[in-house]
Every structure is written in structure tokens, then in C-alpha cells.
Design a protein around this ligand. Structure first.
Ligand SMILES: Nc1ncnc2c1ncn2[C@@H]1O[C@H](COP(=O)(O)OP(=O)(O)OP(=O)(O)O)[C@@H](O)[C@H]1O
Length: 357
């Protein structure tokens, strides 16, 4: 299993872009719990960086250190060209932070929340009103502006939270799990907002549990595990690190499924869960998974083999590795708890060599 840290230098060999955020040997422990065990990061200005990791990996801890909320035990960090320990005020002036727990005060209106933020940033009254009006418009909150924030939906609250973060026009924004708990539409809206921020030149440091989110947004992704960066690179680079391609055969007839599974030795039948709805047996997991790199040559060979073995699936899909595969491969089996496989894995006997890994 790959565990090396990928190079962060510019692949073109040209001069490296200015780093908005960089860390060298960052360390943090709570008692015996070593949370960050020497983290090196270099995040170019104007890019989106996603920090992935299982629950408790230390993502929020990293955000807190870089945003000067807590101090590291060792190592160095620079944000917007300022050392976080030597010059925390300068760092704070350059950044915005939207945490997992909203800064929105539910008792006052959205507009009042924004004006409060403008006061905190020492904007004049007129400037505060101008910025507030502009941001409420931009985040589609004009209609709700005069209503107490407690009446807002989760997506509206999150938009207000980001709008409040932008009052100070930060060049670097930390978004700690910005879409947790949002429905798919609100999540896509938030992604659009993040893309717009980046097109304005803002650097985004994102932590997320959603691998799809990192895939959609991030220029570079780092996977944090056991206190270290297990891998770092673009989504494509990370996907290439691990084998995970497979062909999935799905059956609607349990008997056809079982005879195919018998042919594909080493199957684990208990994974196939038979369910009954309204008296009709429906098996959502009548699926077999066969390792494959998805090339035309391999697929042709696999189809020939399936024909010769008398296996006829109702659906055949080709899967290339996704970030889920990367995440599970790099962060170990314990993180897969609760995600019991819905497929069974078999090897194809007597197949041409390239089909059986
Ligand atoms: N103030 C604290 N005192 C003691 N331990 C802490 C403290 N803050 C965090 N930890 C521990 O540090 C580890 C990392 O926590 P952190 O919140 O950074 O993880 P995370 O990757 O953000 O997790 P999640 O995805 O669940 O938010 C956890 O084991 C957590 O229990």
C-alpha cells in the first residue's frame, strides 16, 4: 500500500508559486495522543487545498493552529507570509475562518450579524452597510436579511456564516467541513460559492469528510492519518496511487447470482443481503466485483470468459478507483467501520492472466 508523500514541487519544473500557507514539521499532542506528528504543507496562493482524514485525525487541530486559535508544540507555520507564533495579529488580519460550529447569532437578524462583523473589522458605518448589502445580495440572503437567523435553514445559515467571514475581505479562508449536514442542492450551492471565491484569487484551506467535495473543488488534496500526511497530490495523482478498478456484475435473479458467485471462487456470500419488500424478494447486493483496470483488452477478455463460464449478468459497470478507494487504502480498515461492503469480491479462475489480480 503506498504511503509515501508525493512531491509538492511544481511538476513543470518552473518557479514555485508563492505559498499562502506553509508548514514545516508541525507537531501537536494532547497528553499521549500525538495528533500531528511532523506535518509539512505548502499551499500556493489562489488554490484550493483539501485536508482529508478520518474522524479525529487532526484536521480541525491543523486549522486551529494555522488560524492562531491554538499553538503547536513544534514546527513552523507561515500564513500569508507571517509566522503564526511571531505575528498572530497579522495572520488574523489576513484570514477568515468558518468552523464546524457556526458563528451566526440566531437571536439577531442576518443583516445585524453582518453589521456586527463589520464593526468587529472597524469598518465605518457607511462602509459596513455597503459591504453587508453587497454580501447579502451575493449570497442570496436579501429576502431573509431582516429575519432572525434562528429561522434560517441550514444552508442559509452556512451562507450567512461565509458571508460574515468575507466582511473583512480575507485573502485566505479556512473552511472546516463547510457542507456537513447540508442537502445536495445546498452543498452544490456552497461549492459554487467556493469556486467563485477562488476565481477572485482567494486561497481556500478546506477540511472535509466528503471525498466527492475534495474531488470537485481541490487543486491538491492531502490525506492525514496517524498524525502524518499519508499522501498528497491532485485527485488524479492520488487515484493513481492505488489499485481499485473493478468490474461490477449485478444480477436480478438470486439463483443466477449464486451460480455466478459459485463459479467465481472465494466469494463471501453473507455480504449479499437478501431483503424482502412487499413479498417480492429484492436483493440490493446481488453483485460481484472483479478486479480490472478497465482497459478494452481486459474487458473483452473478461466478457469472453463470462460467456464461456455461462455467466450472464443483468448489468455490468466498470469502476475506476475513486477517492473513496484512496481514502480507505490510506487510512486503514478501521475507518471502514459501518460501511460493510455491498459487493462480494471474486477472482476469475482460468482467465487470461491479466484478468486475475
Ligand atoms: N482540547 C483538546 N483536548 C484533548 N484532546 C483534543 C482536544 N482537541 C482535540 N483533541 C483530540 O485530538 C484529536 C484530533 O481532533 P480533531 O478535532 O483535530 O480531529 P478532526 O480530524 O478534525 O476530526 P473530525 O473529522 O471528527 O472533526 C482527537 O483525538 C481529539 O479527541
Amino acid at each position: 500500500m503506498p504511503s509515501s508523500v508525493m512531491p509538492t514541487s511544481s511538476p513543470s519544473g518552473g518557479p514555485e508559486p508563492t505559498a499562502a500557507i506553509s508548514t514545516v514539521g508541525l507537531r501537536k499532542s494532547y497528553g499521549d495522543n500525538v495528533v500531528l506528528d511532523g506535518i509539512d504543507l505548502r499551499i500556493p496562493a489562489g488554490s484550493v487545498f483539501a485536508l482529508l482524514g478520518p474522524n479525529g485525525a487532526g484536521k480541525t487541530t491543523a486549522v486551529k493552529i494555522l488560524s492562531t486559535l491554538i499553538t503547536a508544540d513544534g514546527g513552523q507555520s507561515q500564513v500569508a507570509g507571517h509566522d503564526v507564533v511571531a505575528d498572530p495579529q497579522a495572520v488574523r488580519a489576513a484570514i477568515g475562518v468558518t468552523g464546524q460550529f457556526s458563528a451566526v447569532d440566531g437571536l439577531i437578524t442576518g443583516e445585524e450579524n453582518m453589521l456586527l462583523m463589520a464593526d468587529l473589522h472597524h469598518l465605518t458605518r457607511a462602509e459596513g452597510r455597503r459591504v453587508t448589502a453587497e454580501l447579502l445580495e451575493r449570497f442570496d440572503l436579501v429576502e431573509a436579511a431582516k429575519k432572525p437567523a434562528s429561522t434560517y435553514s441550514g444552508g442559509m445559515k452556512r451562507r450567512l456564516d461565509i458571508a460574515m467571514t468575507l466582511v473583512g475581505a480575507p485573502r485566505i479562508i479556512f473552511l472546516d467541513e463547510p457542507t456537513t449536514g447540508l442537502d445536495p442542492r445546498s452543498r452544490h450551492n456552497m461549492w459554487q460559492i467556493i469556486r467563485e471565491l477562488v476565481s477572485d484569487g482567494v486561497t481556500v484551506f478546506l477540511t472535509t469528510q466528503y471525498l466527492e467535495e475534495a474531488d470537485e473543488l481541490a487543486d491538491r488534496i492531502a490525506v492525514l492519518n496517524n498524525g502524518k500526511i499519508a499522501a498528497e497530490g491532485t485527485a488524479e495523482e492520488l487515484k493513481r496511487l492505488i489499485p481499485g478498478g473493478h468490474v461490477r456484475l449485478r444480477f436480478t435473479d438470486p439463483a443466477a447470482y449464486q451460480s455466478a458467485a459459485a463459479v467465481l471462487r472465494e466469494v463471501t456470500l453473507p455480504h449479499a443481503r437478501l431483503r424482502s419488500r412487499g413479498g417480492t424478494p429484492i436483493d440490493e447486493a446481488l453483485a460481484l466485483q472483479i478486479p480490472s483496470d478497465g482497459t478494452q483488452r481486459e474487458l473483452r477478455s473478461l466478457l469472453d470468459w463470462l460467456d464461456s463460464a455461462g455467466i450472464e449478468a443483468d448489468e455490468l459497470t466498470v469502476h475506476t478507483p475513486d477517492l473513496d478507494d484512496v481514502f480507505f487504502a490510506l487510512t486503514g480498515p478501521t475507518t471502514a467501520t459501518g460501511t460493510a461492503p455491498t459487493t462480494v469480491t471474486g477472482t476469475v479462475p482460468n482467465q487470461p492472466k491479466e484478468n486475475a489480480r
